[in-house]
Design a binder for this molecule. Structure first.
Ligand code: AMP
Length: 421
């Protein structure tokens, strides 16, 4: 049998309902804060990611799905969303529109990850970018939008971790300082960090290998050597969050795995998953669009891991989505079978969610199925009822059965649902 590739998943009902509901919340919340959706290609020129995400990052170094097309051009399945948004900004001259633009995206990303829990090779991200505003208020708005998104999903125990990565001008100085401090202890680092020592020593700060953590705990934070402007920027973001009661901590070890970030970087941590599998990551990237050949255009954004959100979705949200009231309509007899679809279509138009019995089950088999599939209501339509213009409907949770006029069925369901919630 042909199997799906390692690291991919089939998302099946009813879980797909949770995915849809999470995406609807994202659309509602991001839209309410002035956002609009952008859809960019799932594959791009390899060069885009090499130049934006950064040559020395794990993503570019060892995780990209890169392949030549039939003409030998090097293409890559997108490993993240910001690079494509930045490219689209330049290519479509979005600079000509009034700033800032708030753009969100929802879709699959691809990384050749080592197999471990919570890491997939195809996963979905929900991201939001605010482009064209360089002040701390934009960062704070982005984080408040994110906080509202999580609140509507029912989360109340998440923690925002924030750090200052400084400005690019601070970087060489800080990297030299790290190398100086790490020089003698280089041998204690893991193989990846030995490479990072030369290519990107910042990444040693957030390596999860215990030996590297031990070495990293004595290193100075970027904030200690960063420009006053960047320190003031991140402090202003934090002040806004404190004012609005968004729970956050300063985490000096947070550096993030993409090269384009500067100043504000952040992650959202769920106590259930811990700091190794964060729910969301993001930060400011004021030079990215210019580095890709566009105008000087500041940006700040985040990407939420949708797989992980669904994995730890609060029970309140989960139950509300999965427990949608559904009616099971079972026609018995020839005339009832002829009429049932027309009635069903009319009720659906009136807002009822239902399923029509089309496999010809007997009443007994249908009731058994209704129980198994957790329908809220079963309506049995016999030829006699049809002639009288009524239907026998049973509320399974309350074991009530009533005869309701056909035209009254949508209103009856609305009443039942309202009185039980
Ligand atoms: P990043 O683009 O690396 O900042 O990741 C942003 C978010 O995407 C992370 O916080 C995760 O929730 C999610 N994510 C990243 N890589 C994976 C993966 N391989 N599998 C599942 N989720 C992922």
């Amino acid at each position: 049998m042909i199997q799906r590739p390692r690291g991919t998943r089939d998302l099946l009902p009813p879980e797909t309902r949770l995915w849809q509901a999470v995406e609807r919340v994202a659309q509602d919340v991001f839209g309410a804060f002035g956002g609009d959706e952008i859809r960019t290609p799932i594959f791009e020129s390899t060069e885009l990611f090499v130049r934006s995400v950064g040559e020395s990052t794990d993503i570019v170094h060892k995780e990209m799905y890169t392949f030549p097309d039939r003409k030998g051009r090097s293409l890559t399945l997108r490993p993240e969303g910001t690079a494509g948004v930045a490219r689209a900004w330049i290519e479509n001259s979005l600079n000509d529109r009034s700033h800032p633009l708030r753009l969100y995206y929802i879709g699959p990303m691809f990384r050749y990850e080592r197999m471990q829990a919570g890491r997939y090779r195809q996963f979905a991200q929900i991201g939001l970018e605010i482009l064209g505003a360089n002040g701390p208020l934009a960062d704070a708005e982005l984080l408040v939008t994110l906080d509202e998104f999580f609140r509507r999903l029912g989360f109340d125990d998440l923690e925002f971790h924030i750090n200052n990565l400084g400005d690019p001008e601070d970087r060489p100085h800080y990297q030299a300082l790290l190398k100086q401090r790490l020089g003698l202890r280089r041998g204690e680092l893991c193989r990846d960090c030995q490479r990072r020592f030369d290519e990107n020593p910042l990444r040693i700060l957030d390596c999860k290998v215990p030996a590297c953590r031990e070495v990293a705990k004595d290193l100075p934070a970027v904030d200690e050597v960063a420009s006053e402007a960047s320190r003031g920027h991140v402090r202003a973001v934090e002040a806004q969050l404190a004012r609005l009661g968004v729970r956050f901590v300063r985490n000096p070890r947070l550096v993030r795995g993409l090269d384009y970030y500067l100043r504000t970087v952040f992650e959202v941590v769920s106590p259930q998953l811990g700091t190794n599998t964060v729910l969301c990551g993001g930060g400011r990237y004021d030079r990215l669009i210019a580095d890709l050949g566009g105008p000087a255009m500041p940006g700040v954004g985040f990407a939420v891991g949708e797989d992980r959100i669904v994995q730890v979705l609060p029970a309140s949200f989960r139950d509300a989505v999965l427990a949608l009231p559904r009616l099971y309509l079972v026609p018995l007899g020839e005339r009832a079978r002829d009429e049932a679809l027309g009635l069903a279509a009319g009720w659906v138009r009136a807002g009822v969610r239902l399923e029509l019995e089309v496999a010809g089950r007997s009443v007994k088999a249908a009731l058994k199925r209704a129980d198994r599939e957790a329908f809220s209501f079963v309506a049995i339509l016999g030829d006699d009822e049809l002639a009288a213009g009524v239907i026998a409907i049973r509320d399974l949770a309350r074991s009530v059965e009533e005869s309701v006029a056909l035209s009254e069925l949508p209103a009856w369901i609305t009443r039942q649902t309202a009185s039980s919630s």
